[in-house]
Design a protein around this ligand. Sequence first.
Ligand code: UPG
Length: 587
Amino acid sequence: LRNLSLLSPEQVELAKMLLEMGQSHLFEHWPEPGVDDDKKRELFNQVARLNSSYPGGLASYIKTAKELLADSKAGKNPYDGFTPSVPSGESLTFGDDTFLQYEDAGVKEARKAAFVLVAGGLGERLGYNGIKVALPLETTTGTCFLQHYIDSILALQETSCRLAQGDGPTEIPLAIMTSDDTHSRTVELLESNAYFGMKPTQVKFLKQEKVACLDDNDARVALDPHNKYKIQTKPHGHGDVHSLLYSSGVLKEWQDAGRRWVVFFQDTNGLLFKAIPSALGVSATKGYHVNSLAVPRKAKEAIGGITKLTHQDGRTMVINVEYNQLDPLLRASGYPDGDVNSETGYSPFPGNINQLIFEIGPYLEELTKTGGAIKEFVNPKYKDSTKTAFKSSTRLECMMQDYPKTLPPSARVGFTVMDAWVAYAPVKNNPEDAAKVPKGNPYHSATSGEMAIYKANSLILRKAGVKVDDPVLQVFNGQEVEVWPRIVWKPKWGLTYSDVKGKVHGNCSVTQRSTMVIEAPNCHIVDLSLDGALIINAADGTEVEVSGPLQNRGWTIESVDYKDTSVPEEVRIRGFKINKIEQLVKP
Ligand code: UPG
């Protein structure tokens, strides 16, 4: 008690709150005043930060933790009383008329959107030492994910604003959620690259704070094992994005500026901007308050399943059931085989790719009530079956896709399914784990993430009438992948399928061993037959026409072993490198 005199009046209030919440162990061990006083104040500064960054404060965090830990100990199923069934949503086929109509509507709507990238996670499953948004999405050009996202948003902005002819917003903002693990490196990546062409004022950073770890079922806050004046903390999950958008005032600012949509996306999916325009078109046309993008899901694939849940009391909701919970939920409710493929070869539950489009009005209205708090969960690892002690401290977590869980039944919550080849290619698994993925399921590795870009671009050109050779199968880092011609273009060249179709003419062909890089936004490809490597520059927008037979030794792919530490990490995690032997550079 004598130590209380060291604290400010606000800190004394926090100390009282902690005592009431059963947290006396945090300062019981404190020596007499005069010893470690600065460290004691530092602990309370941390308490104040933890208190202010959590909706409802630390007391609310501890209270919820006690409840969730009691439920977990009792083995309570969070889906008790709910029966799962397969929901129905909008299903799009890339390139058909309906798709084109939605794409068109989406591009028009895009200038009223704001984008939110959640990039606070370190990607423990990938084990990469840097931040994931700095990884190249393909090594033909070496463009990193963050640059590709910004290029795509700027391309959308240009087209959308041109169509609007000066009516309404002219810039599409981007908010990036970072954490202590990723913040400084994300800022540095942007600053050292002139924000990849975006105005610095267009980008907002929202840094999430970690939350207090918990030592036992009474939700006693854990002290750092190496520092008894510091609370141990861990990430709270991507669900923090909602409270940050709300508390920072960013969401309100967007609404006041006449914006209508918030588009959330994740750190490593090099395909998603091919799916965004049409999905935005679906949201606008159907009037969805919440629209989740989904792809056909292989059973046991590590992506959540979009599920219709019907409660005994009649309530229903369409919500993501996370991949580790889908199998037990199904087994407990009349599907004895659990998470298995149907006769189509896929799980009947569409896979959530966590690409979410919200309408701002209803979203902000809801956050005004909740402050952005999202339904949380706890996942303690118990020492034994008595469930009385944990192997290591735990914490509450939350996920951004759980937002609809608290919405009233009147909310218009929908989803849009698209083929995975055009919408989803994340980089999540390290080479060893990827090589162990069951045959036929996607690897979600740096290898498959890069190959997926080439495949998608090849298939899109095929649809647009180009004769693109079939891929060959090759094994890199223990994963068998299809190797298509390495075709890459800047979003300003081919933002949408209609853009691509309008720039390819006559009889064109590309052989499997070819590489084609299109940097020039105004490039037309006419009667081209390519067998080798072709780079089309003129990023400044000059009109370029490329045609005729072009042949050279081209660029080859050479295997590298991920254990070979003489090769940079971002290269060896994909298991191959590109040898640039000979190319034609146009113009
Ligand atoms: N992230 C944060 N803060 C955190 C944790 C994660 O910003 O505290 C970001 C992370 O950087 C990434 C995204 O959130 O951009 C998703 O994290 P990740 O670890 O890749 O998520 P998963 O556990 O693989 O699962 C999410 C969804 C799941 C969905 C899948 C699709 O929870 O439902 O199927 O992503 O990729």
